[in-house]
Design a protein around this ligand. Structure first.
Ligand code: UDP
Length: 241
């Protein structure tokens, strides 16, 4: 079931359901991509119809961030839960190991994907990482070719928004991969460069605040979030009249 939040059609799924679906894509036929919009991405999509279409054409649209869940409530719809991209990514890993699927890590600054690969292989023994690449490339065809040569089944695409979603939609189908997931700064976390909020903060929906404390430069981006909720509220008022 889809839930519309300011023009973006979210899948109303639990993390468990999302993981199951993702694994079906990874082992199936054809190409699928998964997007994980947070309020910032929804805001971008409101101003850019082509980008909005790319998001809405994804096989799974997961509500990353408590802000999206709150906006849903304001709009009178209840998403089952927040499904952070990073939890979806780690959720599929054990089964990728079992099924022997090939994972490629693409994105972040040079060296980070490689470091993330080493960390993940330690945490998930047997994980088959078939290649890594940084996210500051200019030759898109070359990267697509590298994914094909690596015979990647699943690619974590971490180029930041809106670049990663556009990239997956345009280059994914010819990459030979079955599943691509747009994951923003997740490789920075996997590599250990950036720490994720402790579980209690996550549970209380305060992950954004933890991030702000540790990366104060994000204040400009985050200042737009309250505005996002106000936009949702205004949209709801319009619906009522
Ligand atoms: N990035 C990249 N290529 C680019 C721009 C950004 O690989 O051309 C990477 C950047 O190094 C970072 C990630 O994309 O690892 C974006 O992280 P951010 O924290 O902004 O994303 P969020 O998790 O907030 O979506």
């Amino acid at each position: 079931m889809k839930i519309d939040i300011l023009g973006v059609q979210f899948d109303n799924v639990t993390l468990k359901e999302a993981v199951e679906e993702g694994l079906t894509f990874a082992g199936g036929e054809g190409f699928h991509y998964v997007v994980t919009p947070n309020p910032e991405i929804v805001n971008l999509a409101r101003q850019d119809a082509a980008y909005r279409e790319i998001l809405n054409k994804a096989s799974l649209v997961l509500p990353d961030g408590i802000g999206v869940v709150h906006a849903g409530k304001i709009l009178g719809t209840q998403l089952k839960e927040r499904v952070p991209g990073i939890d979806f990514a780690t959720g599929i890993l054990p089964q990728l190991v079992k099924e022997g699927r090939r994972l490629y890590l693409l994105g972040a600054k040079p060296g980070v994907a490689q470091k993330a690969a080493e960390q993940l292989k330690q945490q998930y023994p047997g994980l088959l990482i078939c290649g890594t690449g940084d996210g500051y490339f200019t030759d898109n065809e070359l990267v697509t070719e590298q994914l094909r040569e690596a015979n990647a089944d699943v690619v974590f695409v971490c180029l930041g928004a809106p670049k990663q979603e556009r990239w997956m939609a345009q280059y994914g189908p010819s990459s030979g991969a079955k599943l691509m997931v747009g994951l923003g700064g997740v490789l920075d976390v996997f590599s250990g460069e950036v720490k994720r909020a402790p579980e209690l903060w996550q549970k209380f929906g305060l992950e954004w605040f933890y991030r702000l404390l540790h990366q104060p430069a994000r204040i400009g981006r985050m200042a737009k979030l309250p505005l996002f909720l106000v936009t949702a509220w205004k949209a709801r008022q319009k619906e009522k009249v």
